[in-house]
Design a protein around this ligand. Sequence first.
Ligand code: TXA
Ligand code: MG
Length: 321
Amino acid sequence: MAEIGQDISQAKRVLDAAKLVSIPTETVYGLAGNALNPVAVASIFETKNRPSFDPLIIHVPSLKEAVNYVTDIPSPLRKLAGQFWPGPLTLLLPRKETIPDIVTSGLDRVAVRVPDHPLTLELLSKIDYPLAAPSANPFGYISPTSPKHVDAQLGDKISYILDGGKCLVGLESTIVGMEGDEIVVYRLGGLDISDIEALVGKVKVKSHSSSNPQAPGLLESHYAPTKPFLIGDLATLLLDHKKKGIDFAVLSLDKKFDSIPSGYQIALSPGSDLKEAATNLFAAMRTLDESNVQVILAEMMPEEGLGKAINDRLKRAATKG
Ligand code: TXA
Ligand code: MG
């Protein structure tokens, strides 16, 4: 098991030695290493069991620092950074050569963000390199939103987890870049599209393509529990599984079923608040995945606000075929 604590100097020592630390962010916990050191970055891929064609996000303490690693920030993206950093926004920007190929999987753009968490911002201000950090979960599994989640899956592979408590946003960052004059969203996430459009106008959402070489991490099957995970109309799914005598657990936005024991149902937000639902989503998926049922049944959220990003994760988690 890894040590879990709030000692920033210790985290820095581990990182300075080209080893990995799990860091808290407002979105999900990251598995961080020195982005300028290809050996440290290689061990991120190895620890996560992540294919090397899937590039990493670099984390910096400010927009001012970001400028050291990119050749240009197109003005709409600069505007977004000015408004939403620190926050759940990742920008794809033309990289400088100081960023090793292994970080971007050889792509010309590097993904950059300023995470909104006081501990990690302090850590970033004390080191003189950016942190490459994917979500701290084995490749393809549900992202961690608490130190315990990280410890359960990667605790035997890393020595330190910086404890920043529970992640307040709970969904990964929204990834944005430009293609010509067009602003493109490559991954729906914790920053709502409507907040982006209010600032820079209409954007194109490309995040549903399952084989998009620009963001290989957007593989269709991702964020997935180990148990079968079925999405659809809950009433129908429930009836169907009851009839077949299959043990199930239920994930909903706001419902309470009198016929189902309380340990086998989770309402993400009893008050139907999508922000609260986003915060609770991954922890709820883990809890149900660990319960002694055969299958998890889930409903989709309304397609508005963060509901779109939650639905994106639910669809990727869903069992195919
Ligand atoms: O909220 C987040 O973004 C979290 C926290 C830890 O910052 N990080 C995260 O990283 O979700 P990861 O590695 O799990 O997801 C990063 C996504 C992947 O889908 C990857 O393919 C895409 O970003 N990506 C990274 N660099 C890219 C690049 N240069 N071009 C296109 N896509 C890129
Ligand atoms: Mg991930």
